[in-house]
Design a protein around this ligand. Structure first.
Ligand SMILES: [Zn+2]
Length: 484
């Protein structure tokens, strides 16, 4: 009987691991990552957003998300895609530049410079493809580039002079991604990008009526997106993350504003520079000519009350913007509301970003909904560097080396980050170990019983030669010994 019990435990060892299996993430649901460029964390505070509210009721809403520094579009989106800080992934600016030839490529043309994007960190599309998934990207920064000789399987790169603001085109893009790519072509992961509210935020400022209107448009688009998901029967199979790359801050203007114009700072001259990246908003970088470093640095340091001047190696560590070789040796950061100009005020925008990521105006929006997310859950803030490990977990893929952790987002998930895919082999091994231990324990017990019985018999035998004990008594004692 005990042999049978032992074998049963070996074959059905789960009988010993008593609690029922907890909920886990299967890695089989699809995932959509949506970015609304420049959607500040609090843009829905003064606008009716019924669709975003519904999504929060049915999913997870973060208080806000902290983007990486530099808080601008291409670097921040590449952090979402790789889970790396900007100094580690190397897409340090929206603009590609060459310090020798003085050449610069603006945001759009930089999208096509492969070596700018492909410099060591793989975006999630490529990692997922290498692990057997089908991925796509619609207008997301980084889509056009080739990474280690691979491209995202399905891609749409916006044409030059693309109108980022047309709501009808937004709906067509939703139809393509949901109806065509997810439903008809069975893709597993897609990133989808919209150029607003960034464009309106720059042009009119974050506190303008125009910004409030564009948030209504975003809200309608989110409603349309979720309706389209439902119509295509994907609601229970698709996780959706809606987020952004950075926020937006009002640019100070007027007579009382002491604008930052570098050439007005005593002792500073643009002629002392070999190369510079100024007139790009909140942040600037300088490469002084040989022997001019101290002169340039000393002139600018303390040269304007709202300008922070750092040697590259002295940048605050929390910004993670000092280690990459592409960064120039002097880095300038303006206070919120100020922009850095070279010769004259070059600024027509009423809103800007690119400031320190601790500034609340730079914080980004984050919502998520789908079969793996909790309902009606408000979570605290976290850094955007953690979105990558969350996405890898949802897709059931092994992440590349990254700077984030699932520990910072696992509380959003019904599974609390427990993976069915990873748990299965672990639990088989664990149960096998328990089963084998039970059999070994049983065999040890049999051995002890048999051995002690033999010893007892020998002892009794010796006794019976000296004492006149009946066979009947011996049998009774024997029975006692072998009863459990
Ligand atoms: Zn942006």
């Amino acid at each position: 009987m005990f042999v049978v019990l032992g074998l049963w435990l070996l074959v059905f060892p789960a009988a010993l691991s008593a609690p029922a299996r907890e909920q886990c993430t299967t890695g089989k649901n699809k995932l959509l990552l949506v970015s609304f460029d420049g959607f500040r964390w609090d843009y829905d505070r003064d606008v009716d957003t019924p669709n975003l509210d519904k999504m929060a009721m049915e999913g997870v809403k973060a208080a806000y998300m902290t983007p990486p520094f530099l808080t601008i579009t291409s670097p921040s989106h590449f952090t979402l895609l790789t889970g790396r800080y900007i100094e580690n992934h190397g897409v340090i600016h929206n603009i590609w530049f060459n310090i020798t030839t003085q050449e610069k490529k603006q945001y759009y043309m930089t999208q096509f410079v492969d070596e700018y994007w492909d410099n060591g960190s793989l975006p999630i599309w490529i990692t997922a493809q290498r692990q057997g998934l089908k991925t796509g990207s619609h207008h997301f920064p980084g889509t056009a580039a080739t990474y280690q000789n691979e491209k995202v399987y399905k891609e749409t790169v916006e044409p030059i002079f693309y109108n980022y603001t047309n709501e009808t085109v937004w709906r067509e893009n939703v139809n393509t991604v949901i109806g065509q790519w997810f439903k008809n072509e069975d893709l597993d992961f897609i990133s989808l990008y919209f150029g607003d509210p960034d464009e309106v935020g720059h042009k009119y400022g974050p506190d303008s009526p125009e910004r409030r209107e564009v948030i209504k448009k975003v809200d309608r688009t989110v409603g349309y997106l979720r309706e389209t998901v439902e119509k295509n029967g994907l609601t229970d199979k698709l996780n959706i993350i809606i987020t952004a790359d950075h926020g937006m801050s009002t640019v100070f203007k007027g007579e009382n504003v002491n604008e930052i114009i570098l050439s007005n700072i005593p002792g500073f001259s643009l002629r002392d520079l070999k190369f510079h990246m100024v007139d790009y908003g909140a942040c600037g970088m300088l490469l002084p000519k040989d022997g001019m470093f101290d002169k340039v640095y000393n002139a600018l340091k303390g040269g304007h009350p709202n300008l922070h001047v750092y040697k590259k190696e002295d940048m605050p560590e929390r910004l993670h913007y000092s280690k990459h070789p592409r960064l120039l040796p002097i880095i300038l950061i303006a206070d919120p509301g100020y922009v850095i100009n070279g010769f004259y005020t070059f600024q027509t925008n009423k809103g800007e970003h690119g400031y320190d990521n601790e500034v609340m105006d730079m914080k980004a929006f984050f919502r998520a909904v789908g079969p793996d997310f909790h309902n009606n859950l408000l979570v605290g803030p976290f850094e955007s560097v953690n979105v990558y490990s969350l996405m890898c977990h949802l897709l059931g893929i092994q992440p590349e080396v990254n700077d984030g952790s699932l520990d910072n987002t696992r509380h959003m998930l019904l599974s609390n980050g427990l993976s069915c895919v990873l748990k299965a082999p672990e639990s088989i091994l664990q149960n096998l170990f328990i089963g084998l231990s039970a059999v070994a324990g049983f065999l040890l017990l049999v051995f002890v019983v048999v051995t002690s019985n033999n010893v007892y018999k020998r002892h009794k035998g010796n006794q019976s030669r000296t004492e006149d004990t009946s066979d009947e008594d011996e049998t009774k004692d024997d029975l006692k010994q072998t009863t459990f």
